[in-house]
Design a protein around this ligand. Structure first.
Ligand SMILES: [Zn+2]
Length: 174
C-alpha cells in the first residue's frame, strides 16, 4: 500500500474514527496543528507553516466547507509525509512550471499528488466508502443523487466523491 494511504489509515485507527464524516479539525489538533480560517489570496486554497514550536494550517475562509476540509486533509498529508520545507503554499490553480527549475517542480508535483492521495484516503477511507455505499445504493436514488448523498455523508464535494469512486473502482456500481 502506498505510504500516503498507510499513514492516513494509521491516523484514523489511532484516533478511533470508524465512520464518516471524518473530523479533520480534531485530527489536526491531535497532530499538533492549529487550523485558522484566513483571509487568503483567492488563488490560495491553504498553507502549512511549520515553526519549531508550532504548526499552523491556514485555509481560505471564502472557500466552501467541503473544500476547506479537503485542504486541511491535504496539508496534514504534507505535515506527515514531507519533511523539510517550513512553508508550503497550495494554489487553486497549479502555479506555472518554472522551466529553469524543472527538477524541483517535478519533486513538488510528486508531493502534491501524494498529499492529495493522503487527503482522499483520510476523508474517504475505502472501508467507509464501501459500507456507506451499500446503504445508499439500497435507496435506488440514481447515479447523480447517489454520488451527492455519499458526498454529504463524507463532507466532501460531489466532484471529490466522484473521483474517489472512480479511483476505488466503484464508479460503475453507482
Ligand atoms: Zn500541497
Amino acid at each position: 500500500m502506498p505510504r500516503a494511504d498507510d499513514e492516513a489509515l494509521r491516523i484514523l485507527r489511532s484516533a478511533a474514527i470508524t465512520a464518516p464524516p471524518v473530523d479533520v479539525d480534531r485530527l489536526a489538533r491531535e497532530l499538533g496543528a492549529t487550523v485558522l480560517k484566513d483571509d487568503l489570496d483567492p488563488e490560495v486554497s491553504g498553507l502549512l507553516y511549520r515553526r519549531p514550536d508550532s504548526t499552523v494550517i491556514a485555509v481560505n475562509r471564502d472557500h466552501a466547507g467541503t473544500r476547506r476540509r479537503f485542504t486541511i486533509a491535504h496539508e496534514l498529508g504534507h505535515l506527515r509525509l514531507h519533511d523539510g520545507r517550513p512553508l508550503i503554499v497550495d494554489h487553486v490553480v497549479r502555479a506555472r512550471v518554472n522551466l529553469r527549475d524543472e527538477r524541483s517542480s517535478l519533486a513538488t508535483s510528486r508531493e502534491e499528488i501524494e498529499a492529495n492521495r493522503f487527503a482522499a484516503t483520510l476523508l474517504m477511507p475505502p472501508d467507509f466508502v464501501h459500507a456507506q455505499m451499500h446503504g445508499v445504493l439500497k435507496k435506488g436514488l440514481g447515479e447523480q443523487a447517489t454520488i451527492e448523498a455519499l458526498a454529504r455523508k463524507f463532507g466532501v464535494s460531489t466532484q471529490a466523491m466522484e473521483i474517489r469512486l472512480t479511483n476505488l473502482g466503484l464508479r460503475a456500481a453507482v
